[in-house]
Design a protein around this ligand. Structure first.
Ligand SMILES: NC(=O)c1ccc[n+]([C@@H]2O[C@H](COP(=O)([O-])OP(=O)(O)OC[C@H]3O[C@@H](n4cnc5c(N)ncnc54)[C@H](OP(=O)(O)O)[C@@H]3O)[C@@H](O)[C@H]2O)c1
Length: 233
């Protein structure tokens, strides 16, 4: 059956990440903290405060154990969404420590009931969505988030998640911070091993390119998004 994704079915999705000149989002050891500068970090927190939710994959939670807050700016902390198909999240993760009721773990029926209960007991929300290739089905997740009145999602990574959102063209805005660094080895922002064919070109209806200190920012609104939602700026 042909999918009929209407304007209102999905939240507005912004894909945002920081990379080096050679396209790395983390060092070989998985460290991404030192890619962008302080101004870019403040900008990233401002972006978070402008979105109702922020989404990352379980790889990022495992590697960085981030708080996913807006602590560098004034503004409300967004709801955190973690993609975790098998519920492997550690109960000691920071996103489960402070305001766990503002953390949604998106999982699938591969998760155990026992772990679901443990997370719910901690106060977190567990959202079971459809599976696609044994992972969280992003279309189903976005529809469910919209039904929960989440109108905007800031997707922050890591590589696996960025690749999925690019592959499925499930975003309307993309913000890429490019730091004047070259890592050589490291984690690529796009996981080529999961790309069978080149992407159909992404065209932008509007784009801004500017500097934040020594970092460059590309901020574009997709012209040919698979789904479109109200333009946000
Ligand atoms: N520079 C930046 O802007 C930035 C931002 C964030 C992170 N990072 C870096 O990125 C690295 C982590 O990247 P990563 O690729 O290892 O992990 P990731 O993208 O954070 O998480 C990937 C994992 O999420 C789960 N997942 C569930 N549904 C998914 C779906 N539909 N599509 C994709 N993933 C799905 C999968 O695990 P399950 O199958 O177990 O569910 C998958 O292995 C870290 O080194 C971190 O520092 C950099």
């Amino acid at each position: 059956m042909k999918k009929n994704l209407t304007k209102t079915q999905f939240p507005f999705v912004t894909l945002k990440y920081a990379q080096t000149l050679d396209g790395k989002i983390a060092t070989q050891k998985g460290d991404s903290k030192w890619i962008s500068n302080k101004k870019s970090l403040v900008f990233a927190h401002k972006l978070r405060s402008q979105n109702q939710s922020i989404l990352v994959g379980i790889g990022t939670i495992r590697e960085d154990d981030p708080q996913l807050t807006t602590r560098l700016v004034k503004g409300k902390n967004p709801v955190r969404i973690i993609l975790d198909s098998k519920l492997s999240i550690r109960l000691s993760s920071k996103v489960l420590k402070k305001n766990p009721e503002r953390t949604i773990i998106a999982t699938t029926n591969l998760a155990s009931e026992k772990k679901i209960k443990k997370l719910v007991n901690l106060g977190a929300k567990v959202l079971v969505v459809k599976k696609k290739n044994k992972r969280v089905d992003l279309c189903d997740l976005l529809k469910k988030l919209k039904k929960q009145k989440i109108d905007s999602v800031l997707v922050e990574g890591g590589a696996g998640v960025i690749t999925s959102f690019l592959k499925e063209r499930l975003f309307s805005r993309i913000v890429i911070i490019i730091a004047p660094k070259i890592f050589g080895k490291g984690k690529n922002s796009v996981d080529e091993s999961r790309i069978k064919r080149s992407f159909k070109a992404f065209l932008f209806s509007s784009k801004k390119i500017y500097k934040l200190g020594n970092d460059l920012v590309f901020d574009g609104i997709l012209a040919n998004a698979k789904h479109s939602s109200k333009t946000k700026n």
